[in-house]
Write a protein that binds this ligand. Structure first.
Ligand code: SF4
Length: 334
């Protein structure tokens, strides 16, 4: 699978042929590998400085694992992750620890990801200590500055996570990830667990922070309505592989892959006339097991347009757009 390309000098992150397999073992004393869960199976994309790439797919498709493998929270089975041209998959120990300052993660469940026994001041200030960036009064001032930056009262430093609403807790998580001045953030479904009325506020906050701090995001979501507003480009993932990748306008106006078309058909349209005519494509069956994905195109067992060739050959990753406006898709229809 060839990668999609941006202009090389603009690229912050380049992922090539990323694979993340988890072994399934059998036996109590001597453990034998009997199969692999192919959570991520040859994913390639790049993200430019200051860009937001949305990564969308049903739960279990490998999108969160992709985010973690990029940050080296999981060590990839194969492939390359270049951050500002430097290979992360070979980095170890202190070098990797230092590199992690540049790349942070925001988690889906703001309650589970915050230690309930620590005050907000300690939660947000912990990365400053871990990376030896600030201590004592300086640390306290930086924590207050971070709380202000995410729209929280800086005098809340001595409160505990349970004293905050879901949206406020997510703001605390964002403040913590910003403490070390990262360049790149993997936002792993940061709004999925929040009330709909709060989701837009968090998306707006992330956008404001992006323009004021020059951040680059990989924004992971399970449906296309959530990434529409924030993403510059969107990648759609199914069963460990990318099936389509293009800019956010082309993806919504001319989706090419049958899976993207089905996902989009489920997104409500805020126009009653168009909404009435909208045809919902309901996908039959469940997502197959990543331990034993179907031969050829791994979407073929649910694809309404599957042909004979789909069972025989893995579709190529092709640019159906232009070199300026790339539109990548993996499907035998093109
Ligand atoms: Fe459907 Fe075949 Fe395209 Fe796969 S390659 S999405 S099965 S038409």
């Amino acid at each position: 699978m060839s990668s999609e390309n941006g202009s090389k000098k603009d690229v912050l992150l380049e992922v090539k042929g990323l694979k993340m397999y988890f072994p399934i073992t059998k036996g109590i004393i001597i453990q034998r590998k009997i199969a692999d869960i192919k959570a991520v199976d040859g994913v390639s994309f790049s993200i430019k400085h200051g860009e937001t790439l949305g990564l969308v797919g049903e739960s279990g498709c490998g999108k969160s694992t992709t985010g973690r493998a990029i940050l080296q929270l999981y060590r990839p089975t194969a492939g390359s992750v270049l951050f500002e041209g430097v290979e992360l998959t070979e980095m170890k120990g202190e070098t990797l620890r230092r590199q992690r300052r540049e790349m942070q993660m925001i988690f889906q469940d703001p309650y589970a990801s915050l230690n309930p026994r620590l005050t907000v001041g300690n939660i947000v200030g912990e990365p400053l200590e871990v990376h030896n960036l600030a201590k004592g009064k300086e640390r306290q001032e930086r924590v207050q500055e971070l709380l202000k930056l995410v729209g929280l009262n800086p005098y809340f430093v001595n409160r505990y996570p349970h004293e905050f609403s879901g949206g406020q807790r997510q703001r605390i998580g964002i403040a913590r990830s910003l403490a070390v001045n990262p360049k790149f953030i993997v936002a792993d479904e940061p709004i999925s667990a929040l009330d709909v009325s709060i989701q837009a506020q968090i998306v707006n906050l992330l956008e404001d922070l992006q323009s004021s701090l020059g951040l680059t995001y990989l924004f992971i979501a399970h449906d296309l309505s959530m990434v529409r507003h924030i993403s510059d480009r969107i990648a759609v993932m199914y069963l460990g592989k990318l099936v389509e990748l293009t800019d956010h306008i082309a993806l919504y106006e001319e989706p090419l892959h049958p899976y993207t078309q089905a996902l989009l058909s489920a997104v409500p349209i805020p126009d009653p006339y168009i909404e009435e005519k909208r045809q919902r494509i309901v996908l039959e069956g469940d997502v197959p097991s990543p331990t034993n994905p179907p031969s050829g195109c791994n979407f073929r067992t649910r694809c309404p347009r599957a042909m004979d060739i789909c069972a025989e050959k893995d579709p190529e990753w092709k640019n159906m757009g232009t070199p300026e406006n790339e539109h990548w898709v993996a499907c035998h229809l093109y």
